[in-house]
Design a protein around this ligand. Sequence first.
Ligand code: PEP
Length: 250
Amino acid sequence: MSYLIVANWKMNKTNQESLKLITEINNAIQQTSNINVVICPPYTSIVPAAEVLENSSIMLGSQNMSHEAPGAHTGEISVDMISPYCEYVILGHSERRIIYGETNDIVNMKILKALGSKLTPIICIGENIDQRNEGKLDSILKEMLESSLTGVKSFDNLVIAYEPLWAIGTGISASPEQANEACSKIKILLMEHFNKTEKDITTPILYGGSVTKENIKDFLNQDCIDGALIGSASLSSEQFLSIIQTIDTL
Ligand code: PEP
C-alpha cells in the first residue's frame, strides 16, 4: 500500500525559510518507499524548491492557479508558469472558496485547465458544520464533486481531498470513522460518475483537517483513506517528519 501525503504550506515561509524546510525534509525522507510526498510551498519558492528536489522522490505542487490564459490578470499565476516544476495543484481549497469567492464553476474551469497541462489536480471538497448537523453531507459531497468533474473524462490523473471545513486549522479533526465514511461516499460518487466498479477506481482519496503525528495512523488505517492533506503540521520539519516516520511503520 502506498500513501500520498500532501503538505500545504499556505501563505507561510519566506523563500529562505522554504528552502531550509524543504532541504531538511528532503535529506530525511529520500529513502522512503511507501509514501509519495508532495510539497506545496508558496509560489515564490516553487522554482528554487524544484532545484533542491532535482534528484528527489519528493514532488512539488502549487496551492492554486488561474484558469485564464496568460494576459491581463494582475496578481494571478498561469498554468504554464507552474507546470514545468509541479506535478500537482491544489484546487478548490475551502480558503479559496470562502475568502476569495471561488465558485464550483471556477474550480471546474481550473481543474480542466490543469488536466490540459498534465498537472494532477488535488480537488478539495467538504461540508461546513451546519451542513453536517443538518444531515446534508451526502448532497454537499455530490454537488461539489459532480460540479468539479463536469467535462472530466478520466479518473486517472485526479486526487480528491475530503476536507471538512470544521476540521481545517481548528485542532479538532474528524474522527477516523467520520473521515472514512465521507471518503467511501466519495468513492461511490466517483464510481457513478465514471461508470466504473470499485476496483477500477484508482483515484487517491485523502483526508485533510488537523492531521497530526498522533492521529495519522488512525486515518490511514481506514479502508477508504489513501493519504492526507496536511496544513499546520507540515510547517515544521520535526512535526512533518514525525508524521512520515509514523506512516513508515504501517
Ligand atoms: C488544509 O489547509 O488543507 C489543512 C488540512 O490544514 P490543517 O492541517 O492545518 O487543518
